[in-house]
Write a protein that binds this ligand. Structure first.
Ligand SMILES: *Cc1c(COP(=O)(O)O)cnc(C)c1O
Length: 397
């Protein structure tokens, strides 16, 4: 996945343009910039590559999720449905807006179980946020029909699945709003960065204003702009955008390498009858950022995970025992540990999450290993890695 592995001259040249003019900000200073608009160019490039009308580039993926929620008007008293298996940023963003994250069970797609989503809907539900974890997607047909039935907003967190598709459309471009991250370890990186994608002009204008103190961005005198509503600062700098612009041009090259490496590893491991791969919804194609598979039970998965570590096979995660991505170890969330006072509704809701059991997700995450696909591996290295992985798994079984 990480685009930083192939950081090179193309990225340096783009950054050099910005250093040459000294205009490090994405807005204004038209005369000084000698035609260099890195953030704007990246937004146009993303819109074209992903087939959406509007893109707002932001300072991070977490900012993207927060801004997407805000753009859709989600806030205090609202509930957002998301999976138990996600990066912490997804619930952080919901909480930051004063809304409540309702965590629901996942299925073998490693993302939202449509039946669990249906059961979690209440009169306060405003949005469903599938998180396309580890390179593949939720059943988006099912999510779209649930949203239609209940008049809900669909927000895709596609931060880990850039380049994946569903029925021929890019992940991130299918919901009412979609989010990407360009942090340092994502498929393409800005160093730090993120983006909101949408075909809805109002949501786009909301995102554009909200991420820059409510500025309307009309005219060329920043000081004279009006503020139709309150906003904050989630702007990306031109330096970060310059790196991302170069990386975006290389996205298809990166995806090609990911797929090649993934395919070699998968072919080798699929010879082991006990191994089952993550389910990809019909019509979906993964981004190949990770190879995800299930072992027969928790104990086997733990032993294989340890075996990988002992044999120098890095980048394979057993999320059941991991602090970042799975509800089981999110003590800070369950205990509501916050620097500032949380609202009464949120405190009560978090207390419920603390007592709640997620047996289906435990079973799935307990048996799952997710192996990061790197870009810098040579074909030889991938083959030798495949051999080692097969031998560790076979030994444990
Ligand atoms: C990386 C990531 C984010 C947040 O992105 P940052 O740019 O690191 O803030 C959000 N959601 C998911 C699923 C991610 O993997």
């Amino acid at each position: 996945m990480p685009g930083f592995e192939l950081f090179g001259d193309a990225e340096r040249r783009e950054v050099q343009d910005v250093l040459g003019t000294g205009v490090l900000m994405r807005y204004g200073f038209d005369g000084m910039r000698h035609g260099h608009w890195k953030a704007k160019s990246m937004e146009q490039g993303l819109a074209q590559r992903f087939g959406v009308k509007h893109v707002q580039l932001l300072s991070s993926g977490t900012a993207a999720v927060s801004v997407a929620l805000a753009a859709a008007g989600i806030g205090t008293g609202d509930e957002v449905i998301l999976p138990t298996f996600t990066f912490v940023a997804s619930f952080e963003a919901v909480l930051m807006l004063g809304a409540f994250p309702v965590l629901v069970e996942i299925d073998e797609t490693l993302t939202l179980d449509p039946e669990a989503v249906r059961q979690a809907i209440t009169p306060s539900t405003k949005a469903i946020m599938p998180v396309h974890m580890c390179g593949s997607m939720a059943d988006l047909n099912a999510m779209q029909s649930i949203c239609k039935e209940h008049d809900l907003i669909l927000i895709e967190d596609a931060c880990q699945a850039i380049g994946g598709t569903y029925n021929g459309k890019a992940l991130g471009s299918i919901g009412d709003l979609g989010c990407f991250s360009f942090d340092y370890v994502k498929t393409i990186t800005c160093g730090e960065g993120g983006a909101v994608l949408t075909n809805n002009e109002q949501y786009y204008l909301n995102a554009d204003h909200y991420s820059d103190h409510g500025h309307d961005h009309i005219g060329s005198d920043r000081g004279a702009e009006t503020h139709p509503f309150l906003g904050y600062n989630f702007r990306i700098s031109e330096l970060n955008a310059a790196v991302g612009l170069a990386q975006l041009r290389r996205l298809d090259e990166f995806l090609h390498i990911q797929k090649r490496n993934y395919t070699i590893l998968r072919a080798a491991i699929s010879k082991i009858p006990e191994v089952v791969f993550r389910r990809v919804p019909e019509g979906g194609e993964e981004s190949y950022a990770f190879l995800n598979f299930f072992l027969p039970d928790l104990e086997t998965a733990r032993r294989v995970s340890n075996g990988f570590k002992e044999n120098g096979i890095d980048g394979c995660f057993h999320y059941f025992d991991n602090n970042w991505h799975y509800v089981r170890r999110w003590e800070h969330l369950k205990e509501g540990k916050s620097l500032n006072q949380l609202s009464e509704t949120i405190r009560q809701g978090l207390a419920k999450i603390k007592d709640k059991q997620y047996p289906q997700s435990d079973n799935i995450i307990g048996r799952n290993l997710s192996c990061l696909i790197k870009l810098a591996w040579t074909e030889e290295e991938v083959h030798s890695r495949a051999k080692k992985m097969v031998s560790v798994i076979t030994d444990v079984l």
